[in-house]
Write a protein that binds this ligand. Structure first.
Ligand code: AMP
Length: 282
Protein backbone atom coordinates (compact mmCIF):
# COMPACT_ATOMS: atom_id res chain seq x y z
CA UNK A 1 0.00 0.00 0.00
CA UNK A 2 1.27 3.47 -0.87
CA UNK A 3 0.58 6.67 1.00
CA UNK A 4 0.53 9.72 -1.26
CA UNK A 5 0.26 13.25 0.05
CA UNK A 6 0.79 15.27 -3.13
CA UNK A 7 -2.01 15.49 -5.67
CA UNK A 8 0.34 15.74 -8.66
CA UNK A 9 2.11 12.56 -7.61
CA UNK A 10 -1.22 10.76 -7.27
CA UNK A 11 -2.36 12.01 -10.68
CA UNK A 12 0.82 10.54 -12.23
CA UNK A 13 0.29 7.18 -10.53
CA UNK A 14 -3.30 7.07 -11.76
CA UNK A 15 -2.19 7.85 -15.34
CA UNK A 16 0.10 4.80 -15.17
CA UNK A 17 -2.65 2.53 -13.85
CA UNK A 18 -5.05 3.76 -16.51
CA UNK A 19 -2.45 3.02 -19.22
CA UNK A 20 -2.47 -0.55 -17.94
CA UNK A 21 -6.26 -0.60 -18.32
CA UNK A 22 -6.88 -0.78 -14.56
CA UNK A 23 -10.23 0.23 -13.15
CA UNK A 24 -9.98 2.65 -10.24
CA UNK A 25 -12.34 2.41 -7.26
CA UNK A 26 -12.45 5.27 -4.75
CA UNK A 27 -13.53 5.51 -1.12
CA UNK A 28 -13.45 9.07 0.27
CA UNK A 29 -13.28 9.31 4.07
CA UNK A 30 -12.32 11.63 6.89
CA UNK A 31 -10.35 8.84 8.57
CA UNK A 32 -10.57 7.43 12.08
CA UNK A 33 -11.60 4.31 10.24
CA UNK A 34 -14.14 1.75 11.39
CA UNK A 35 -15.84 -1.29 9.88
CA UNK A 36 -18.30 0.97 8.04
CA UNK A 37 -15.46 2.52 6.04
CA UNK A 38 -13.86 -0.88 5.51
CA UNK A 39 -17.12 -2.32 4.14
CA UNK A 40 -16.96 0.38 1.45
CA UNK A 41 -13.42 -0.76 0.62
CA UNK A 42 -14.68 -4.35 0.19
CA UNK A 43 -17.34 -3.09 -2.17
CA UNK A 44 -14.79 -1.06 -4.11
CA UNK A 45 -12.54 -4.13 -4.43
CA UNK A 46 -15.41 -6.07 -6.00
CA UNK A 47 -15.83 -3.54 -8.79
CA UNK A 48 -12.32 -2.17 -9.36
CA UNK A 49 -8.71 -3.33 -9.77
CA UNK A 50 -7.11 -0.56 -7.72
CA UNK A 51 -8.68 0.95 -4.60
CA UNK A 52 -7.80 4.49 -3.58
CA UNK A 53 -8.98 5.76 -0.20
CA UNK A 54 -8.71 9.41 0.71
CA UNK A 55 -8.30 10.47 4.31
CA UNK A 56 -8.97 14.16 4.62
CA UNK A 57 -10.83 16.06 7.32
CA UNK A 58 -12.32 18.68 5.05
CA UNK A 59 -12.44 22.07 6.82
CA UNK A 60 -14.94 23.66 4.43
CA UNK A 61 -17.72 21.22 5.35
CA UNK A 62 -17.59 22.15 9.04
CA UNK A 63 -19.43 25.16 10.44
CA UNK A 64 -17.61 27.63 12.70
CA UNK A 65 -19.09 26.05 15.85
CA UNK A 66 -18.59 22.47 14.75
CA UNK A 67 -15.95 19.90 15.63
CA UNK A 68 -13.30 20.36 12.90
CA UNK A 69 -10.47 20.85 15.40
CA UNK A 70 -11.39 18.01 17.68
CA UNK A 71 -12.55 15.56 14.98
CA UNK A 72 -10.76 12.27 15.84
CA UNK A 73 -7.59 11.64 13.85
CA UNK A 74 -5.17 8.70 14.07
CA UNK A 75 -3.31 8.20 10.83
CA UNK A 76 -1.03 5.39 12.06
CA UNK A 77 -4.08 3.32 13.05
CA UNK A 78 -5.91 4.16 9.81
CA UNK A 79 -2.89 3.10 7.76
CA UNK A 80 -2.90 -0.38 9.33
CA UNK A 81 -6.65 -0.82 8.96
CA UNK A 82 -6.65 0.37 5.35
CA UNK A 83 -3.76 -1.91 4.44
CA UNK A 84 -5.40 -4.96 6.00
CA UNK A 85 -8.64 -4.15 4.16
CA UNK A 86 -6.76 -4.19 0.85
CA UNK A 87 -6.53 -0.48 0.02
CA UNK A 88 -3.85 0.08 -2.63
CA UNK A 89 -3.30 3.82 -2.20
CA UNK A 90 -4.16 6.20 0.60
CA UNK A 91 -4.41 9.81 -0.53
CA UNK A 92 -3.61 11.84 2.58
CA UNK A 93 -3.30 15.49 1.60
CA UNK A 94 -2.81 18.46 3.91
CA UNK A 95 -5.38 21.25 3.98
CA UNK A 96 -2.91 23.48 2.07
CA UNK A 97 -2.53 20.80 -0.62
CA UNK A 98 -6.30 20.87 -1.21
CA UNK A 99 -7.02 24.58 -0.70
CA UNK A 100 -4.42 27.15 -1.65
CA UNK A 101 -4.69 30.72 -0.40
CA UNK A 102 -6.56 31.94 -3.46
CA UNK A 103 -9.13 29.11 -3.49
CA UNK A 104 -12.54 30.53 -4.47
CA UNK A 105 -14.63 27.98 -6.37
CA UNK A 106 -17.46 25.98 -4.80
CA UNK A 107 -20.03 23.46 -5.98
CA UNK A 108 -23.55 24.02 -4.70
CA UNK A 109 -26.07 21.27 -5.41
CA UNK A 110 -29.40 22.92 -4.71
CA UNK A 111 -32.65 20.96 -4.10
CA UNK A 112 -31.48 17.73 -2.47
CA UNK A 113 -29.09 19.54 -0.13
CA UNK A 114 -31.62 21.89 1.40
CA UNK A 115 -33.54 19.80 3.99
CA UNK A 116 -32.33 17.59 6.85
CA UNK A 117 -28.63 18.17 7.56
CA UNK A 118 -28.52 20.89 4.90
CA UNK A 119 -31.04 22.94 6.87
CA UNK A 120 -29.17 22.41 10.15
CA UNK A 121 -25.56 22.69 8.97
CA UNK A 122 -25.25 25.75 6.76
CA UNK A 123 -22.70 25.31 3.99
CA UNK A 124 -22.05 21.68 4.90
CA UNK A 125 -23.05 20.12 1.58
CA UNK A 126 -21.40 22.91 -0.41
CA UNK A 127 -18.19 21.87 1.34
CA UNK A 128 -18.87 18.19 0.71
CA UNK A 129 -19.69 18.50 -2.98
CA UNK A 130 -16.73 20.81 -3.56
CA UNK A 131 -14.21 18.47 -1.96
CA UNK A 132 -15.69 15.39 -3.61
CA UNK A 133 -15.52 16.97 -7.08
CA UNK A 134 -11.89 18.00 -6.40
CA UNK A 135 -11.09 14.48 -5.22
CA UNK A 136 -12.77 13.00 -8.30
CA UNK A 137 -10.63 15.26 -10.50
CA UNK A 138 -7.47 14.15 -8.71
CA UNK A 139 -8.22 10.41 -8.39
CA UNK A 140 -10.22 10.07 -11.64
CA UNK A 141 -12.06 7.02 -10.35
CA UNK A 142 -14.28 4.83 -12.48
CA UNK A 143 -16.46 4.19 -9.44
CA UNK A 144 -16.74 5.74 -5.98
CA UNK A 145 -18.43 4.15 -2.97
CA UNK A 146 -20.45 6.18 -0.45
CA UNK A 147 -22.29 4.91 2.63
CA UNK A 148 -26.04 5.20 2.97
CA UNK A 149 -25.35 6.10 6.61
CA UNK A 150 -25.05 9.60 5.10
CA UNK A 151 -28.07 9.15 2.84
CA UNK A 152 -28.47 12.82 1.96
CA UNK A 153 -24.79 13.05 1.10
CA UNK A 154 -25.23 10.13 -1.31
CA UNK A 155 -28.09 11.92 -3.06
CA UNK A 156 -26.10 15.19 -3.21
CA UNK A 157 -23.15 13.40 -4.84
CA UNK A 158 -25.39 11.44 -7.20
CA UNK A 159 -27.11 14.67 -8.26
CA UNK A 160 -23.81 16.50 -8.68
CA UNK A 161 -22.37 13.78 -10.94
CA UNK A 162 -25.59 13.66 -12.95
CA UNK A 163 -25.95 17.44 -13.33
CA UNK A 164 -22.28 18.15 -14.07
CA UNK A 165 -21.73 15.09 -16.31
CA UNK A 166 -19.06 13.65 -14.07
CA UNK A 167 -18.13 10.22 -15.39
CA UNK A 168 -17.96 8.43 -12.06
CA UNK A 169 -20.29 5.59 -11.12
CA UNK A 170 -21.64 6.23 -7.63
CA UNK A 171 -22.09 3.03 -5.64
CA UNK A 172 -24.11 2.89 -2.41
CA UNK A 173 -22.83 0.95 0.62
CA UNK A 174 -25.10 -0.37 3.37
CA UNK A 175 -24.96 0.93 6.94
CA UNK A 176 -22.70 -1.10 9.23
CA UNK A 177 -23.87 -1.24 12.86
CA UNK A 178 -22.70 -2.40 16.26
CA UNK A 179 -24.44 -5.56 17.51
CA UNK A 180 -26.92 -3.45 19.49
CA UNK A 181 -27.86 -1.40 16.42
CA UNK A 182 -25.81 1.77 16.86
CA UNK A 183 -24.54 2.87 13.44
CA UNK A 184 -20.74 2.99 13.37
CA UNK A 185 -19.41 6.54 13.25
CA UNK A 186 -16.05 8.14 13.96
CA UNK A 187 -17.95 10.49 16.26
CA UNK A 188 -19.05 7.58 18.52
CA UNK A 189 -15.61 8.03 20.08
CA UNK A 190 -16.90 11.19 21.79
CA UNK A 191 -19.57 9.26 23.76
CA UNK A 192 -19.22 8.48 27.46
CA UNK A 193 -20.44 5.09 28.66
CA UNK A 194 -23.87 6.42 29.58
CA UNK A 195 -24.12 8.40 26.36
CA UNK A 196 -23.23 5.25 24.43
CA UNK A 197 -26.36 3.62 25.93
CA UNK A 198 -28.50 6.69 25.27
CA UNK A 199 -27.26 6.71 21.64
CA UNK A 200 -29.30 3.56 21.01
CA UNK A 201 -32.33 5.82 20.83
CA UNK A 202 -31.50 6.76 17.22
CA UNK A 203 -31.86 3.21 15.92
CA UNK A 204 -34.74 2.50 18.32
CA UNK A 205 -36.62 5.54 17.02
CA UNK A 206 -36.15 4.45 13.41
CA UNK A 207 -37.29 0.89 14.16
CA UNK A 208 -40.30 2.35 15.94
CA UNK A 209 -41.11 4.50 12.88
CA UNK A 210 -40.78 1.41 10.68
CA UNK A 211 -43.14 -0.56 12.92
CA UNK A 212 -45.89 2.07 12.86
CA UNK A 213 -45.53 2.55 9.11
CA UNK A 214 -45.79 -1.22 8.65
CA UNK A 215 -48.93 -1.08 10.79
CA UNK A 216 -50.40 1.39 8.30
CA UNK A 217 -49.56 4.90 9.58
CA UNK A 218 -48.79 7.25 6.67
CA UNK A 219 -49.21 10.70 8.23
CA UNK A 220 -45.86 12.34 9.00
CA UNK A 221 -47.23 14.67 11.66
CA UNK A 222 -48.82 11.76 13.52
CA UNK A 223 -45.64 9.71 13.22
CA UNK A 224 -43.61 12.57 14.71
CA UNK A 225 -46.04 12.88 17.62
CA UNK A 226 -45.85 9.15 18.26
CA UNK A 227 -42.05 9.27 18.16
CA UNK A 228 -42.00 11.94 20.86
CA UNK A 229 -44.23 9.72 23.04
CA UNK A 230 -42.02 6.73 22.26
CA UNK A 231 -38.89 8.59 23.38
CA UNK A 232 -40.57 9.80 26.56
CA UNK A 233 -42.02 6.38 27.43
CA UNK A 234 -38.60 4.80 27.01
CA UNK A 235 -36.82 7.42 29.11
CA UNK A 236 -34.78 8.67 26.20
CA UNK A 237 -34.07 12.38 26.25
CA UNK A 238 -31.86 13.28 23.29
CA UNK A 239 -31.82 16.85 22.07
CA UNK A 240 -33.64 16.49 18.79
CA UNK A 241 -32.01 18.27 15.86
CA UNK A 242 -34.51 16.77 13.43
CA UNK A 243 -36.83 13.85 12.81
CA UNK A 244 -37.88 13.89 9.15
CA UNK A 245 -39.61 11.73 6.59
CA UNK A 246 -38.59 12.65 3.06
CA UNK A 247 -38.77 11.31 -0.45
CA UNK A 248 -35.45 9.51 -0.90
CA UNK A 249 -34.83 10.75 -4.44
CA UNK A 250 -35.66 14.43 -3.95
CA UNK A 251 -35.14 14.77 -0.16
CA UNK A 252 -38.40 16.75 -0.08
CA UNK A 253 -40.54 16.50 3.05
CA UNK A 254 -43.60 14.30 2.75
CA UNK A 255 -46.82 15.00 4.62
CA UNK A 256 -48.22 11.65 3.57
CA UNK A 257 -45.78 8.83 3.04
CA UNK A 258 -45.54 7.34 -0.41
CA UNK A 259 -42.89 5.60 -2.54
CA UNK A 260 -39.27 5.34 -1.37
CA UNK A 261 -39.25 7.14 1.95
CA UNK A 262 -36.18 8.02 3.98
CA UNK A 263 -36.82 8.32 7.71
CA UNK A 264 -33.88 10.27 9.09
CA UNK A 265 -32.93 11.48 12.55
CA UNK A 266 -30.24 13.75 13.94
CA UNK A 267 -29.99 13.76 17.73
CA UNK A 268 -27.51 15.33 20.10
CA UNK A 269 -26.38 12.79 22.65
CA UNK A 270 -24.76 15.10 25.17
CA UNK A 271 -22.68 17.37 22.94
CA UNK A 272 -22.30 14.79 20.18
CA UNK A 273 -24.50 15.09 17.12
CA UNK A 274 -25.31 11.70 15.61
CA UNK A 275 -27.36 10.82 12.55
CA UNK A 276 -29.05 7.64 11.37
CA UNK A 277 -31.72 6.66 8.88
CA UNK A 278 -33.85 3.88 7.50
CA UNK A 279 -35.32 3.39 4.04
CA UNK A 280 -39.00 2.46 3.88
CA UNK A 281 -40.68 1.26 0.71
CA UNK A 282 -44.36 2.16 0.83
P1 AMP B 1 -16.74 9.83 7.00
O1 AMP B 1 -15.32 9.39 7.27
O2 AMP B 1 -17.59 9.84 8.20
O3 AMP B 1 -16.81 11.07 6.17
O4 AMP B 1 -17.36 8.68 6.09
C1 AMP B 1 -16.73 8.26 4.91
C2 AMP B 1 -17.66 7.32 4.18
O5 AMP B 1 -17.99 6.21 5.05
C3 AMP B 1 -19.00 7.96 3.81
O6 AMP B 1 -19.39 7.50 2.52
C4 AMP B 1 -19.92 7.46 4.87
O7 AMP B 1 -21.27 7.42 4.49
C5 AMP B 1 -19.38 6.07 5.11
N1 AMP B 1 -19.79 5.55 6.42
C6 AMP B 1 -19.71 6.17 7.61
N2 AMP B 1 -20.23 5.40 8.59
C7 AMP B 1 -20.68 4.27 7.99
C8 AMP B 1 -21.33 3.10 8.46
N3 AMP B 1 -21.64 2.92 9.73
N4 AMP B 1 -21.64 2.14 7.55
C9 AMP B 1 -21.33 2.31 6.23
N5 AMP B 1 -20.71 3.38 5.73
C10 AMP B 1 -20.38 4.36 6.59
Amino acid sequence: MRVVKAKDELKQIIVEYKKQGKRIGFVPTMGYLHEGHLSLVSKAKEIADIVVMSIFVNPIQFGPNEDFDKYPRDFARDEKLAESAGVDIIFYPSVAEMYNDSFQTYVDVEGVSKNLCGAKREGHFRGVSTVVLKLFNIVKPDAAVFGIKDAQQVRVIEKMTEDLDVDVEIVRGEIVREKDGLALSSRNKYLSETERQEALCLRQTLLFVKSIVLAGERNTQKIKEKVLDFLKNNNYSPKIDYIELVDFATMKKLEILEGDVLAAVAFYIGKTRLIDNILLKI
